[in-house]
Design a protein around this ligand. Structure first.
Ligand SMILES: [Zn+2]
Length: 348
């Protein structure tokens, strides 16, 4: 009996004969039904700001094993992560590794270009891991991974992710109806100049007064410390604003103007109707979102248009979910795929 790798379906979901000429039959990709017996686990990794999270999952997203590695000053993140990967691979069958990375990423080459948090510059994670472990590695920016995690829920739509954490990042996801495919555009939106005043703050990028200097989580902590001498975490500040403690609420409401500017920029340049906001900022209660929606409505260029604002918590889980999806999308580019293709040729 011949083992099949895939069953393929055409656009009307009718079963068709499968051609193995994948180069020239790209439109088949999303309709492939994979033979489950051949499919192994995917190792997803998120290199986060304060920890590295690893999760071994099957293609349905069920976690088989999970690991956390705290990022501390004196550890070698790369070395420690490699050790965990080695342990996982010694006990489990893994077909590929899919990584979400903080900072600026060259996903094509698999390079972590700049990570200010790790003090990394041009680290080729793909090369390093592939050489060491012999399985394919795919790398994307964390915010893009969030975008991938939302694709299923917002199928056939264009939307933008606006992530506000210790940096402010954005990805515009465009759905191309004709080709039935999605395109991701990452935007360094946090570095749009916003505060042109003399005492504007210096940004991590070297410029002055970027949106990030006003909106990043740690900037809010810094401001509370400077203005009131209080050492509070971002979460504590949000809680106090939610409880309507006056000065905290005022400081939080100061974010409405830069945030609505970003959203209006995304509207005019990005042409999206849905903005998914992620990050701890989503812990804020209705007082904030009502005002935000009011300001946006008043300032939209096309008054009839409506921008839907959706809140999603930013968590490792959502990034790992995106990494899984990204890994599945890249399955046919993996060494594992090539090896089973060879096997099947032998069977024939
Ligand atoms: Zn900047």
């Amino acid at each position: 009996m011949k083992t099949y790798l895939f069953k393929a379906y055409d656009k009307d979901r009718k079963k068709v004969t499968l051609t193995l000429d994948f180069e020239n039959s790209k439109e088949f990709y999303r309709y492939l039904k994979i033979n489950r017996e051949i499919i192994k686990n995917i190792l997803t990794i998120y290199f986060g700001l304060d920890k590295v999270v690893l999760s071994l999952m099957d293609v349905d997203g069920n976690e088989k094993k999970g690991f956390n590695l705290l990022v501390e000053e004196n550890i070698s993140i790369l070395k420690a992560t490699k050790k965990i990967i080695r342990d996982i691979l010694s006990e489990n069958e893994v077909m590929l590794i899919s990584i979400g990375m903080n900072g600026i990423v060259d996903s094509e080459k698999g390079i972590a270009k700049i990570s200010t948090y790790y003090h990394w510059k041009n680290i080729n994670l793909k090369e390093i891991f592939e050489e060491e472990f012999g399985i394919s590695v795919f790398l994307e920016n964390g915010v893009n991974m969030i975008a991938y995690s939302q694709i299923e829920e917002h199928q056939n739509e264009s939307f933008a992710i606006l992530n506000i954490e210790n940096g402010v990042g954005s990805t515009i996801v465009r759905y191309d109806r004709e080709k039935n495919q999605i395109n991701l555009e990452t935007k360094e939106i946090g570095h749009i100049p916003f505060d042109f005043s003399e005492n504007s703050l210096i940004c991590v990028c070297g410029n002055k007064g970027c949106v990030e200097t006003i909106m990043a989580n740690w900037r809010i902590e810094e401001k509370i410390k400077k203005n009131y001498g209080l050492d509070l975490t971002y979460e504590e500040i949000l809680k106090k604003a939610n409880k309507n403690e006056k000065m905290f609420r005022k400081e939080i409401m100061d974010m409405i103007t830069p945030l609505s500017s970003l959203i209006l920029w995304l509207d005019i340049l990005g042409g999206v109707e849905k903005i998914i906001i992620t990050g701890k900022i989503t812990y804020l209660e209705d007082f904030f979102w009502k005002e935000l929606r009011r300001v946006i409505k008043n300032n939209l260029l096309i008054k009839e248009k409506e921008i839907e604002i959706i809140k999603r918590e930013y968590s490792e889980n959502i990034i790992l979910k995106g990494a899984l999806r990204y890994g599945i999308d890249n399955f046919i580019n993996s060494k594992y795929f090539k090896s089973i293709m060879k096997e099947s040729e032998k069977v024939e």
